[in-house]
Design a protein around this ligand. Structure first.
Ligand SMILES: Cc1cc2nc3c(=O)[nH]c(=O)nc-3n(C[C@H](O)[C@H](O)[C@H](O)COP(=O)(O)OP(=O)(O)OC[C@H]3O[C@@H](n4cnc5c(N)ncnc54)[C@H](O)[C@@H]3O)c2cc1C
Ligand SMILES: NC(=O)c1ccc[n+]([C@@H]2O[C@H](COP(=O)([O-])OP(=O)(O)OC[C@H]3O[C@@H](n4cnc5c(N)ncnc54)[C@H](O)[C@@H]3O)[C@@H](O)[C@H]2O)c1
Length: 482
């Protein structure tokens, strides 16, 4: 067995790990980067980029469906599934190629291939992919192992028709039909995109959640808006499934009644589990939380007071790409400068599901604001049904709710399902981070006719409610979402 002693060992060459490695190295540390799977990152290979490529194709198809509403008729729509998937894979490979170029530029001696696991707080074994194991002693460790799609026990060992999101991006053609399990971000993004591309799609939700929303009013609106286009079965329990030839027979229980339906694929989109169980975490000496993730400080990424840091999806804090990069920077910086630990830059929370309309949350969520002892906020809202520019574009669906703090008048956060929500979300997240008051935001310019005028309407409503000086939230009526 080869033996190696380093300053910093980074486990996982995804977005968080790559940034952590580079940042630790910038301190002059001898750092190694360990990767057990393919290089290229989850985001580029099977995450953000291929999913947005599929959504882009679906938007093109949807534009044709929407065109007659404007009096524009483009003739018969034809979707070439092979060409759609060929572009998704080709462009995906291009994005992966850029990541691989970056990996190639890392000195060969700093890269270890194989699955790493702790054997002690400072020791790791890397099960070498080439059969050559490495015994590693590391003064500091960054865990950047990412997450894995959660597989439902009821759907295990059914057959090749039961898939996860990774599999979608290797398709050579669009399938005839897909059952999507989960109304989270992945389920709704992929479910809507496939439906718009002519695939028969049914979405099954065990409860009533919609993406990352927690505000019950926005959530109800989003459930209605998404159901207008998608066949969504809320409150549906998965009973089981059988592979039958090239189809899967899915059994669900809805309203006490058992139902069966056939699909070419059943796509599990029921969340992602942080990769912390198969890394010998029990030998790390770290204290674990209830989800098995080591307890860590989200300002420093340090686990307890130890020499171990955790970044990206592995820590489950905010499992999105920009946060993985920020986590990686903070973890790598502190691993490099250890024991001189410093708090890094944390930005205002922002999440966007690229459904249409976009589903966006930012700043403090409604659910957080409703936590005991925090009932000091007012709400303003706007519906996009009669919002000028949204109607012009025939995209007049959805609603926005904004939250502000009594006394200070500070803008706290928002949840929405809204046309161009990804842009509105940035505007509002910047205001949260700049600690602006609602009045200061209303002093800013708003052009005409723009969707942002809807934001102004919601902010005016919020300002009026803040001026009342007492909470308009009835604690007994609160029903936070997921
Ligand atoms: C379908 C989909 C769509 C998404 N869309 C978006 C989006 O639009 N916007 C957005 O912001 N986010 C999106 N995300 C989330 C985003 O992709 C992730 O948050 C981000 O990629 C996580 O980066 P990471 O570095 O933590 O993990 P990863 O990139 O997964 O890296 C972890 C690496 O660690 C390796 N590894 C694991 N265990 C070991 C071990 N023991 N030894 C060695 N190596 C190991 C893995 O092989 C992997 O390469 C999406 C995710 C999915 C699945
Ligand atoms: N645009 C983006 O930023 C983007 C896109 C895709 C994924 N992501 C990231 O990937 C993560 C994972 O996405 P996701 O959609 O898989 O997870 P999610 O947590 O968003 O949603 C999980 C869904 O699965 C359902 N579910 C959970 N357990 C179930 C069970 N036993 N039976 C039936 N349904 C069950 C939940 O009710 C929920 O609807 C997200 O949290 C997000 O951070 C981000």
């Amino acid at each position: 067995m080869q033996k190696l002693k380093v300053d910093v060992a980074v486990i996982g060459a995804g977005t968080a790990g790559l940034v952590a490695y580079r940042t630790a190295r910038a301190h002059g540390a001898h750092a190694v980067l360990i990767e057990g799977g393919p290089y290229g990152t989850t985001c580029a290979r099977v995450g953000c980029m291929p999913s947005k490529l599929l959504i882009a194709a679906a938007e093109a198809a949807h534009m044709l469906d929407a065109a007659p509403g404007f009096g524009v008729h483009a003739g018969e729509k034809r979707i070439d599934g092979v060409a759609v998937m060929e572009r998704v894979r080709r462009e995906r490979d291009r994005f992966v190629g850029f990541v691989l170029e970056g990996v190639d530029s890392i000195p060969a001696g700093d890269k270890l291939r194989g699955h790493a696991r702790f054997t002690g707080p400072h020791t790791l074994v890397v099960d070498g992919a080439d059969g050559q194991d490495v015994d590693l002693e590391a003064a500091r460790v960054v865990i950047a192992t990412g997450s894995t799609p959660t597989r439902l026990p009821k759907l295990q060992d059914v057959g090749p028709g039961v898939i996860i999101s990774d599999d979608v991006f290797d398709w050579q053609d669009l399938p005839r039909s897909v059952a999507v399990i989960g109304t989270g971000v992945i389920g709704l993004e992929l479910g809507q995109a496939l439906a718009r591309l002519g695939v028969r799609v049914s979405v099954y939700a065990r409860g009533g959640s919609v993406a990352q929303l927690t505000d019950p009013v926005v959530l109800r609106n989003a459930a209605r808006v998404m159901s207008e286009e998608l066949d969504i079965h809320f409150q549906a329990e998965i009973v089981g499934a059988e592979q039958d030839g090239d189809e899967v027979l899915l059994t669900t229980r809805e309203g006490g009644e058992e139902k069966r339906a056939r699909f070419q694929y059943v796509l599990q989109a029921a969340g992602r589990t942080p990769n912390v169980t198969a890394i010998g975490i029990e030998h790390s000496g770290l204290e674990l939380g209830t989800n098995g993730v080591p307890l860590f400080d989200s300002r420093t990424m340090q686990c307890g007071t130890s020499h171990i840091f955790i970044a990206g999806d592995a820590n489950s804090e905010r499992p999105v790409l920009p946060e993985a990069a920020d986590h990686g920077k903070i973890a790598g910086d502190n691993a490099g400068r250890y024991p001189d630990i410093r708090a890094g830059l944390r930005r205002a929370p922002l999440t966007a599901a690229f459904t249409e309309p976009n589903i966006v949350t930012l700043g403090a969520s409604y659910k957080t604001l409703c936590e005991p002892g925090r009932l000091k906020f007012a709400v303003g809202q706007v519906s996009f049904e009669n919002q000028g520019r949204s109607r012009v574009m025939l995209q007049n669906k959805g609603m926005l709710r904004v939250y502000g703090e009594y006394g200070s008048g500070r803008f706290l956060g928002a949840e929405m399902i809204a046309p161009r929500g990804e842009h509105l979300g940035h505007l509002l997240a910047w205001a949260v981070q700049a600690r602006m008051t609602v009045e200061q935001m209303l002093d800013m310019p708003f052009y005409h006719p723009v969707v942002e005028e809807g934001v102004r309407t919601a902010l005016r409503d919020l300002a009026a409610n803040l001026a009342k000086g007492a909470s308009d939230i009835d604690p007994d009526a609160i029903e936070p979402g997921t």
